[in-house]
Design a protein around this ligand. Structure first.
Ligand SMILES: *[C@@H]1O[C@H](CO)[C@@H](O)[C@H](O)[C@H]1NC(C)=O
Ligand SMILES: *[C@@H]1O[C@H](CO)[C@@H](O)[C@H](O)[C@H]1NC(C)=O
Ligand SMILES: *[C@@H]1O[C@H](CO)[C@@H](O)[C@H](O)[C@H]1NC(C)=O
Ligand SMILES: *[C@@H]1O[C@H](CO)[C@@H](O)[C@H](O)[C@H]1NC(C)=O
Ligand SMILES: *[C@@H]1O[C@H](CO)[C@@H](O)[C@H](O)[C@H]1NC(C)=O
Length: 437
């Protein structure tokens, strides 16, 4: 995200209080779909007057008589406040792109895809009162678990659910996986959890902010003066987190981004090899023009130069069930602001709990990402209490190539027990884009 966007974010609650929420009316639970049944979508009222939107695509490639269970991928976008139904689906990996043209590399070739606009207030999801925004990752996880119960129960699905997350979505993914497992154990949710995949995920904010200065200094993007300022602020954030002052830490994080931006002449937080102004994956949207910059943090705007008009135009016409007074993305700023007190809270312990429960956890990280830099990701992995850690750390990595071409290393991989890590060379924050192309 950009510094300017954070400054804007601070004034957003007032904008939202005035404009976004008052006129929204409830439509209860509803659903729709295509005639051939390949797509279904709907709203679930996850709490009274809090409405979550979901969209499920069934893969045309699923064999008639599969020899092993056909997977479903649940995609969780970042932000908080980024729309999975919009950015993830049309911008990154769904069957059609933002120009509504087929995407050859869609993940639908390999799995069924379930997109959700979570937390409520994101994308097409909406709340009828500002007090209904979630304030923590755990509250968001409970809402999605309620949604999963509503859409899966009664269906005899053997399809294992793989939770894939990007950026802030990683904190949602690990808390959701635990909430879902609990519901499965209590037999309230009939589902098999396949695993969790964390792409450039904001699991430990402290480790990321501490990585920024040293990383940028090593690649000549800041000097010693910038490094000193950055480190001082990062240490301050570390202390605030240790003291449980999470809202203060969120403000300091926003300030640190400004300092880094000034010290680096505008480095791109999603790809430190670029300038903020010319990252091709972050094109401007209507909403960004409206707010000066993006209204929320850590969301891909890949190809999304006009995602707003697509989502509020042809897509809502296709879906038919979006209430006329609900604007796609209209409550996003409010979603982010309501989570200010949880934004900087680490979720390393949740990763440990999943590993202990035997859930497959896969981490993948883009080499040139800054906001969720590999350096920070490795730092939090080193803090795991998982008893496989030291063996994992001492394993050799396996190089990865593209197809038959063994002349260029595209990444590295290593795994031990139920934990795996993929280093993706050349990729920035939005690794899924590279996977897709
Ligand atoms: C997608 O696939 C079609 C048919 O195989 C091909 O003609 C087209 O060039 C591909 N598009 C891209 C962007 O790769
Ligand atoms: C909508 O679905 C949720 C979850 O299953 C349920 O708790 C709620 O009562 C439903 N609301 C209506 C209006 O049917
Ligand atoms: C559950 O079954 C209903 C009715 O067959 C269908 O509309 C819906 O898409 C199914 N849900 C999932 C998650 O497969
Ligand atoms: C978990 O990972 C192991 C090792 O890669 C694999 O054999 C197993 O099938 C995975 N489990 C699921 C549910 O995908
Ligand atoms: C920053 O520089 C000052 C003055 O040289 C020094 O006292 C301080 O320890 C430095 N801070 C960090 C975090 O390196």
């Amino acid at each position: 995200m950009k510094m300017v966007s954070m400054k804007k974010l601070c004034v957003l609650p007032f904008l939202c209080a005035l404009g976004c929420i008052s006129s929204v009316t409830s439509i209860g639970n509803s659903s729709g779909g295509t005639i051939d049944g390949s797509e279904t979508w709907g709203y679930v009222e996850v709490r009274p007057r809090a409405h979550m939107f979901w969209w499920l695509y069934k893969s045309p490639n699923k064999p008639k008589h599969p020899t092993k269970p056909w997977p479903t991928i649940l995609w969780l976008q970042g932000g908080p406040g980024g729309s999975g139904v919009g950015f993830g689906n049309f911008g990154e990996l769904g069957p059609v792109d933002v120009d509504l043209k087929p995407r050859n590399s869609t993940w639908l070739q390999k799995a069924d895809l379930l997109f959700v606009d979570s937390p409520v207030g994101t994308g097409y999801s909406y709340v009828e009162d500002e007090s209904l925004f979630v304030k923590t990752d755990v509250e968001a996880a409970i809402d999605v678990t309620t949604l999963l119960k509503a859409i899966y129960n009664g269906n005899n699905t053997m399809s294992p659910l793989y939770i894939f997350a990007e950026s802030y979505g990683g904190k949602f993914a690990v808390t959701l996986a635990l909430a879902a497992l609990q519901a499965i154990e209590k037999q309230e949710l009939k589902l098999q959890l396949g695993g969790v995949a964390l792409g450039d995920s904001w699991i430990s904010p402290e480790d990321f902010v501490l990585s920024w200065g040293p990383l940028l200094k090593d690649v000549s993007r800041i000097d010693d003066v910038g490094l000193n300022k950055s480190n001082s602020l990062a240490l301050n954030i570390q202390q605030q987190i240790a003291d449980g002052q999470y809202e203060k830490a969120t403000n300091s994080w926003s300030y640190l981004e400004e300092v880094i931006s000034d010290s680096s002449n505008g480095v791109d937080f999603y790809n430190f090899m670029l300038d903020d102004e010319n990252d091709p994956t972050i094109l401007s949207t209507k909403s960004s023009k409206r707010f000066g910059k993006k209204p929320y943090a850590m969301v891909s705007e890949a190809d999304g130069n006009d995602l707003d008009s697509v989502m509020n135009g042809p897509i809502r016409q296709k879906l038919k069930i979006i209430p006329s007074d609900v604007e796609w993305g209209g409550q996003s700023g409010g979603v982010f602001n309501a989570m200010e007190g949880d934004f900087m809270r680490p979720r390393i312990a949740e990763v440990d709990e999943l590993l202990l429960k035997g859930v497959n956890v896969t981490v993948y990280n883009g080499q040139v990402d800054l906001i969720c830099a590999t350096k920070g990701t490795e730092a939090w992995i080193n803090k795991l209490k998982w008893n496989g850690l030291s063996t994992y750390l001492n394993l050799a990595r396996t190089p990865l190539y593209c197809g038959e071409d063994k002349s260029t290393t595209k990444g590295f991989f290593k795994a031990y027990q139920n934990f795996a890590f993929y280093w993706i060379l050349g990729a920035g924050h939005f690794v899924s884009l590279l996977f897709s192309s």
